[in-house]
Design a binder for this molecule. Structure first.
Ligand SMILES: NC(=O)c1ccc[n+]([C@@H]2O[C@H](COP(=O)([O-])OP(=O)(O)OC[C@H]3O[C@@H](n4cnc5c(N)ncnc54)[C@H](OP(=O)(O)O)[C@@H]3O)[C@@H](O)[C@H]2O)c1
Length: 337
């Protein structure tokens, strides 16, 4: 007889899911970890590598017949989704199947910044549609948000020293004055946080904010300059310019709903608006929205501060995230900067 929780993870080969997988595998006393993989991905080397690490693979098309999906979820205690940003609404049927299969806790794909529902961030609104569906089903759940990753928050340097790990380069923008504090996390800390949260009865049917730091862009640039000895030539983007660019990108995405790059650019502008113009992504606003704070729940876990991350980054020790992905070109601000 085992007391381990059987956890089924969707997205184990992705960035967020990879961190979660590691966090769960490192707590082998608590979890039996399996991966949910779509049929078209079974032959991928990354999936074969999962199996080689001893992770059992369950194969299902989450948008295929409901009865098949319910069977796939049999015996699962905790179902975690770390589906890519563009796939949020595919979780609607997954939640329905989880309810029918008797899953004891569903962790839908949140893992983003703090923001309110209702027109501030289109990505957030898709996630909220999934949360509302979960609540209508009376399915036990936990929503875990994490702020913005350190890995996509650092500016590039004139020497090119950190370009090896940068998703977008150059990245030297300061938004809306740069003084707005914003929640940050090291991607590697998401997994250990998830492991703590899903074992904890206090987090059932709650939202949790888990993070390592709260810093403004001006503070982040200051840390990078102090540690590197380099001076960054900042590009200032005003709140008005963010609002205008966001509107332009949202209109472009609406006009071409099948264009993933257009949607991704619009999502990026939503982030700037929410984090820097509205100032949503803070512990205080998270509390106001009803989140539990993982720092208070797990005071013994010390997540990575941005300064520690930056030291490793400057030492050349970071792995590039999304190594195979091509990102859309930078959007020029619509009006004054
Ligand atoms: N907080 C932040 O700073 C931040 C940054 C980036 C992303 N995020 C959030 O994190 C979430 C995860 O994004 P990510 O960028 O980490 O993901 P990712 O690296 O793109 O990985 C997505 C994973 O989902 C799997 N997947 C996609 N569709 C699937 C389907 N229909 N059935 C089964 N598996 C499927 C993919 O597997 P295959 O494609 O191989 O099948 C892959 O393993 C997003 O929703 C986003 O909101 C947050």
């Amino acid at each position: 007889m085992t007391n381990k929780q059987r956890v089924l993870l969707l997205g184990a080969t992705g960035e967020t899911g990879g961190s979660i997988l590691k966090g769960l595998l490192n707590d082998a006393q608590s979890f039996e970890v399996e991966a949910l993989v779509r049929p078209s991905s079974v032959a991928k080397p990354a999936v074969k590598a999962l199996a080689a690490r001893g992770v059992n693979i369950r194969v299902a098309d989450i948008e295929g017949p409901l009865e098949d999906l319910v069977k796939t979820l049999a015996g699962v205690d905790v179902l975690i989704s770390a589906i890519n940003a563009g796939g949020q609404l595919a979780q609607l049927q997954l939640a329905t199947a989880a309810k029918q299969a008797g899953v004891k806790r569903f962790v839908p794909c949140a893992f983003t910044t703090v923001a309110p529902p209702g027109g501030v961030m289109s990505l957030r609104d898709q996630k909220e549609e999934v949360y509302q569906h979960i609540r209508k089903l009376y399915l036990p759940y936990t929503i875990i948000d994490v702020g913005y990753w350190h890995q996509i928050s650092f500016p590039t340097l004139p020497s090119g020293r950190v370009d090896y790990a940068a998703v977008i380069k150059p990245k030297v923008e300061i938004h809306a004055g740069g003084d707005q504090p914003s929640i940050l996390i090291d991607l590697v800390d998401i997994g250990p946080f998830v492991a703590l949260i899903i074992k904890d009865p206090r987090t059932l049917n709650n939202s949790v904010i888990a993070y390592g730091d709260v810093l403004s862009e001006n503070e982040i640039f200051g840390i990078m300059e102090a540690l590197s000895g380099e001076k960054i030539a900042r590009e200032y983007i005003s709140a008005d310019a963010i609002i205008a660019t966001r509107a332009r990108c949202a209109a472009a995405a609406k006009a071409d709903p099948k264009s993933y790059p257009a949607w991704l650019q619009s999502v990026g502008q939503d982030y700037s608006y929410s984090k820097y113009v509205r100032g949503d992504n803070t512990p205080a606003y998270a509390k106001y929205l009803g989140y539990l704070d993982a720092k208070e729940l797990y005071p013994n876990f010390q997540p990575t501060r941005f300064t520690e991350f930056a030291r490793e980054l400057l030492d050349g020790k970071m792995e590039k995230i999304y190594p195979d992905m091509v990102f859309p070109a930078k959007v020029e601000a619509a009006s004054e900067k």
